[in-house]
Design a protein around this ligand. Structure first.
Ligand SMILES: Cc1ncc(COP(=O)(O)O)c(C=O)c1O
Length: 455
């Protein structure tokens, strides 16, 4: 069990300057280090630290921009697929926002954390009968993926005597997506929806991949054109448009990102396994400026206001910016036959999932040694980091991470800013290992609680 003490803290901080070539924008773990001995004893390692107060700050920020342009005609939804921590969902509930849910289980969690059913929005291609039934009873909004699904929902709604609040998902005429409908199908489905007895057509929505605000702004403008065409052509009036997620966040400072782009090379990766592309770990926009650009594009904000259409945004990753970090404990180190140093941690890379998407988290982990030995600069080393399983692919980072000294058994490695898709997306009980605990930390920095483990 790890025993990092306050005494080692100063030494550790001094070392970290030396360790990190690509440091995180902020070491989120710093205020909580004195709790680590207690946390590792109570929660074991690896553990995910959750910082729900940071989600609240992010919500306040995005609401501020939206209200400046739209008054009260907007809705923020947290896309729960990003991280299913109950503490984060509760933070969203306490800030009065809604939740984008993609399964019955996500929906149930939102309700138990205090989110109102009417503030939830269902997404996904075909939803289970149980999921839809709960949505109908709770009067949640359903984002309908296809005309086929629309008819299914109508017959379910008829059978239980409820009316479905519906948005139709538009695919922005992208040719190769399996989600949503193209413009022609969207218009046709709007006419059908308008004619169905148990469907209340509230509007339409889209979700685009990538992080470009201009693309989102143009898509919103096009969707407003479709709304106009339906209003003038068929007297169908939308009252809501959902523009999905895809808002950026900054994991590192701009200078670090530029340095990474210039300096990084195949040789920095084990067996030259450098990914073809990287997530934009720094982006010129923030959540707020991106939303503002979407609103300002082609007069979107004015058109929304003029037509009395409410705008929903459903950021995932960006709302979890700064809302968590993940701590692994070192089991040991070895030198492979190829001569690479490898740090093996307790737990699995499924709890830190970037490499499973042929990508790499470029932010260096912070190394917290257990021992108080004086560090000699000559001991600096580069090593990649692997999980404890028998899978060759169980690798947290193929990148040879710089360490001021080789980590030892019992040392901790802190990966910063992991709440967005890195923690629980792929977690499994492979080898019978437990699902890591989520430890909830608040801004008082003197206590913690452990969330109920959900698979
Ligand atoms: C429908 C929908 N909404 C919102 C999101 C959240 O996207 P992001 O985390 O990029 O903001 C996703 C992500 O896949 C999504 O599919």
């Amino acid at each position: 069990m790890n025993n990092i003490s306050m005494d080692t803290r100063a030494a550790v901080e001094a070392n970290n300057d030396f360790d990190t070539r690509f440091p995180a924008k902020e070491d989120l773990s710093l205020p909580y280090r004195q709790l680590f001995p207690l946390i590792t004893k109570a929660a074991n390692t690896p553990f995910h630290a959750m910082l729900p107060h940071r989600v609240k700050q992010n919500i306040v920020g995005v609401k501020h921009v939206l209200s400046r342009y739209l008054g009260e005609r907007f809705q923020v939804l947290y896309a729960m697929k990003t991280n299913r921590s109950a503490a984060l969902v509760k933070a969203a509930a306490e800030e009065g926002i809604g939740i984008d849910v993609s399964s019955l289980e996500e929906f149930q969690l939102a309700l138990t954390q205090g989110v109102r059913g009417q503030d939830c929005s269902l997404s996904g291609p075909f939803k289970s009968v149980e999921f839809l039934t709960l949505a109908l009873r709770q009067e949640a909004r359903i984002v309908v993926d296809s005309d086929e699904e629309l008819l299914q929902i109508q017959s379910l709604a008829v059978s239980i005597g409820k009316t479905a609040r519906v948005l139709l998902r538009w695919n922005a005429d992208q040719p190769y997506t399996r989600f949503g409908m193209n413009t022609d199908k969207l218009k046709a489905a709007s006419l059908v929806a308008d004619s169905l007895s148990n469907i209340e057509l509230e509007g339409a929505g889209f979700h685009l991949s990538g992080y470009c605000p201009l693309e989102r702004g143009k898509a919103l403008s096009q969707l407003l054109d479709i709304a106009d065409a339906l209003r003038y052509g068929a007297d169908i009036r939308w009252k809501a448009i959902n523009i999905g997620g895809g808002y950026p966040l900054r994991y590192v400072e701009e200078a670090t990102w530029r340095r990474f782009q210039n300096a990084i090379d195949k040789q920095d990766f084990v067996a030259g396994r450098m990914p073809k592309s990287f997530y934009p770990y720094w982006h010129p926009d923030t959540l707020e400026t991106a939303v503002e650009k979407v609103l300002l594009e082609s007069g979107n904000a004015e058109r929304l206001r003029a037509n009395n259409i409410e705008l929903s945004v459903e950021p995932g990753r960006a709302l979890t910016d700064g809302a968590g970090f993940t701590v692994f404990e070192v089991l040991g180190t070895k030198t492979t036959n190829a001569g690479d140093h490898c740090v093996v941690v307790k737990g699995l890379s499924f709890s830190f999932s970037e490499t499973w998407f042929n990508s790499e988290f470029i932010v260096d982990p912070v190394h917290l040694p257990v021992s108080q030995e004086v560090i000699k600069p000559t001991n600096a080393v580069r090593a990649y980091i692997a999980g404890q399983s028998c899978l060759e692919e169980d690798v947290l980072t193929y990148r040879k991470v710089p360490f001021s000294q080789m980590p030892k058994a019992g040392d901790l490695l802190v990966f910063n800013n992991t709440a967005g898709y890195l923690m629980d997306l792929l977690e499994t009980r492979f080898h019978g290992l437990p699902i890591p605990n989520k430890v909830v930390l608040d801004n008082k920095e003197d206590s913690f609680s452990i969330e109920e483990v959900r698979g």
